[in-house]
Design a protein around this ligand. Sequence first.
Ligand SMILES: *Cc1c(COP(=O)(O)O)cnc(C)c1O
Length: 390
Amino acid sequence: MTKRPNLVRRTGFPESVSRAVVTPLQPSVVYASPDIDTLHAQYEGRATGYTYGREGHPNADVLAQKIDAMEGGEGGIILGSGMAAVSATLMGLLSAGDHIVGGNQLYGRSLRMLNQDLPRFGITTTLADPTDAQAFADAIRPETKLILIEAVSNPTLRVADMEGITKLAKERGLILVVDNTFTTPVGYPAYAEGADVVIHSVTKLMAGHSDVTLGYVLARDAGNSKAIYDTAVTFGFTPSPYECWLAERGLYTFDLRFDRAQETAIKLADFLATHPAVAQVLYPGRADHPDHARAQTVLNGMWGNMVSFKLRGGEDEANRLVRAAPQLAFAPTLGDVGTTLSHPASSSHRGLTPEGRAALGITDGFFRVSVGIEPWDVLQADFEQGLSAV
Ligand SMILES: *Cc1c(COP(=O)(O)O)cnc(C)c1O
């Protein structure tokens, strides 16, 4: 019998005097240290290096550094989804008995966590209107520890009083957590503007191609950062190296995608505003937006890629639009290269009563558009086709 080679031994890559241009994908979960002394040094922070994938890996760190640069901070943490980022933050920083003041139009799952999940662990929340800093001040209690807000709300695109709430958090010694997914650091540089903790769902505009779920957290205070990191590692909110690699690839074109999508969103908002089937357009860049004046300082001309509008009709008319324009993906997500259309009354806000939706201004003919990077004439034709069926 011939002697078989040891196929289990990993030999690594061949030597090369030239280097790979693209970041290598490193899926290894385990890392072998040369000896016990080195392992001690790694755990005690005297030597850098990886030990086990749940505790960190190079593709996550490469991605974190890119997003750190976008926010202007250091030491961001990558997690398996945007909700993992929200979970690690709230579970890492809060204990039973603590109280949160949260925005009343947060991302649906964040609201569910505040209203239904955290109370099981003794953490309670009061929701308030983030366009009104006084409403936040009024909601603070002695046991309040943290404020959670988004700069631009979903789906009505209301712009929060970021300056007022940031000041309030500082004065009252509260941790200000900003979920900056919708705006991105280009639209609102949350960390530079004073947020203590910044969260992103990297799944959306940052990765940009609807093929990964990832999250990111950046905490200013080293103790907070460690608490969030340890929670993520303990609870297992691990990001996959492959998804980190894809998201890094997505970020190569972030600036191009953002600028193109925003340019088209401005055109789409103006186009919809003149269409006879449309009752109202909500876009922070338009003078008729209820928070346009505040948007000019908060968003600084970076109005973003999200446009909402209300048809004059209700669900029947909304259905006709969706059916007549199948090229516009009817999908409740945002930030994809392709334009997507969502209908909050039947998706993100279906759990509310009709009165609850009406209070937020969400009618049965309400649509939220995440504008992609298609050429404007193509998109205009798609919307014309859809709206002509209404
Ligand atoms: C999508 C989203 C999340 C959750 O992110 P996932 O990656 O889907 O878990 C959180 N906050 C906001 C504002 C979002 O849009």
